[in-house]
Design a protein. Sequence first.
Length: 298
Amino acid sequence: MQTNWDDLRLFLAVAREETLSGAGKVLRLDPATVGRRMQRLEATLQATLFAKSPQGYTLTDAGASLLSRAETAERAMRSAIAELPAQSDQLSGQIRIGAPDGSANYLLPQVCAAISDENPDLDIQIVALPRVFNLSRREADMAIAVSAPTAGRLVVQKVSDYHLHLAASESYLAGHPPIQNIDDLGQHRLVGYIPDMIFDRELDYLSDLGIKRVPLASNSVSVQINWIRQGGGVGIAHDFSVPAMPGVRRILTDQISLKRAFYLIRHADDRRNPRLSRFAEALSARLRAEVARLEALA
C-alpha cells in the first residue's frame, strides 16, 4: 500500500473541517476532488475512514487511528521544512493570522502592509472573526488574542497593552444630556457587545461598569465603532481606533479607563520554524509600535 503525504494532507483537512466543502476551502480544491481523493485513500488502505452523513464526515475508529499518525507525519514534515537552509533574508510563502476584529480592522492592515513591503514574495492572510481560534486544527498559523490561553500545546507571547475609554460622537453629545459622571450614562443609549456572544471575559466591558442593558449591541467591534461614529450612542472604544473616527471623542477619561493586552499565540510544533518565528517577531514589534502611535493620537 502506497500512501503519500499529499493524501494525508487532504485527510487531515477533512478530519478537521468535518465537511468536504470546508476542507476544499482550506486546500483550495473543489470539494468533489477532495471526495474522490478520500475514496481513493480508503480503497488504498482497505479501510473506512469516515462515517458520512448529511451533517458531515465523522472519523471512524480506523480514521481516528490514522489521524494520530497523520498528525505525527505533519509535525515531521513541518520540522523538516523548518530546518532547510534559508535562501533569502526575505520571507515568502503564505502566512495566515487569526485575530479578533478590533485588531484585524484597526491595527493589522497597516502592520501587515508594512511587512509585505519588506517581503514582496510573502502572502499574508488575516482572518477576522469574533471568536477564539483553534490552532490545533490549523485554522491559522498564529493568532492574536485578548487573553492568554492556559491549555493546549501553545506558545504564548504578550505583545502589548492597549487602552479603552468611553467614546461618543460630537453630534450625539450635542443632542443629549451632558455626561459628567458614570451615573449619567443611565440617561443615554449604550453601544456594546451582545451579552451572550462575548467570546472572551476580557471583552465584557459594560458589565464591569455595572451596565446591564445594551440597546445597540453587536458581536462585531466594527459595527459598534460605526454606531458610535454615526451618533448612535455611547460605547467603549479602543484608543487605537479613535483616530479612524473623525468627530468622535473620548469621554470621562478621568473616571473610566480600561487596560487590556494582546497576546500572540502559536502552536508549539512551530517554535522551531525560523520562517514563522521571524514573521512573529516582525509582527509583534510593529504591532507594539502601531498601538503606541495611534494611542498617542487619540
